[in-house]
Design a protein around this ligand. Sequence first.
Ligand SMILES: *Cc1c(COP(=O)(O)O)cnc(C)c1O
Length: 377
Amino acid sequence: MSAAEKPVAFLDLAAQQKRLGPVLKQRVDAVFEHCRFVMGPEVAELEQRLAEWCGAAECVGVSSGTDALQIVMMAENIGRGDAVFLPAFTYTATAEVPLVLGATPVFVDVDPDTFQIDPVHLRARIKAVRQAGRLTPRAIVGVDLFGQPAPWAELRSIAEEEGLFLLSDCAQAFGAALNGRPLGREAVATTLSFFPSKPLGGYGDGGAILTDDPERAELYRSLRTHGEGKTRYQVMRTGMNGRLDTIQAAVLLAKLDFFKEDLARREHVARAYDTGLKEHVQVPVRVADSASAWAVYAVLLKNQAEREAMQARLSAKGVPSAIYYPLPLHRQPAYQDHHDGEALPVSDDLATRILALPVHPDLTDAEVARVIAAVRG
Ligand SMILES: *Cc1c(COP(=O)(O)O)cnc(C)c1O
């Protein structure tokens, strides 16, 4: 790295704020003026904009992507003795929520090319759990990993055949599309996260739930506010404090004005990487008929030693990289005792070879060229 070159950022929230400029300031200032910091008008406005984006009938803003998952599972009464099928190669929250509710996550392996849940293995896992007879299969969580869609057509037929609730953990993929249709309506309920590093990220924690079912939406609204009924101090069910802050809604409304541009910029960066890197590393395999939101641009190295060498070389050249995920969930200290011992070889293998490169919309073309040059060595 020459003295003139500052390190490339993995995520550049300062540059982003500068780009959003007065729109962001106006939105946030408006909240400080009306002072309705909890459930202010920006929350309903954001819910409407998100529902419109994907054509969903209902959107419920909540406090995080994790709480979104929890509210959806609470609404289905998922708990002790229930099996929730989910990929082993995902963020911890996907498995944490069923465990918090007393249910058991059943880990499913993923596709070696797209990294998405493997429907063939999912079928086998459901069958085995039914045969063992210890747990009741209740739900499937499809995770739209790294910004690409899970295999929704297959997941829907399996859920229907097996009578299971289907949930989309779309924390990483709002803005993506499948068959020309924006993600948000692939499952009975879809959960989003607005953690700052997600494609649609706020400046703090936040999340949302999308659904076409008005009865479920009403239940989600009740659960996010302590299970309240028609009046505030009527408690209909055990809920939680799961509301989305007005300030976060205001930030997200500003960011939505730039979201199409952001997605196009991420796609531009991803294409430049594809072209520049495909001879040197395994570049991401695109899910058919889809557009990615590019939460993560992950390449595969030949083995762990090559990944270590690559990370060291990139770091010396001021290029950051990250490992999503260094441990699949069935190997996590907190979760391994809940795993039934099924072999999950693809998830194990990916964890040793995968490496994420910076893909945010504030990367300049010069920085993209620097990343490519650094990977090529
Ligand atoms: C980020 C993430 C979550 C959790 O979202 P938070 O808003 O951080 O609670 C859940 N699932 C997946 C796949 C995620 O990437």
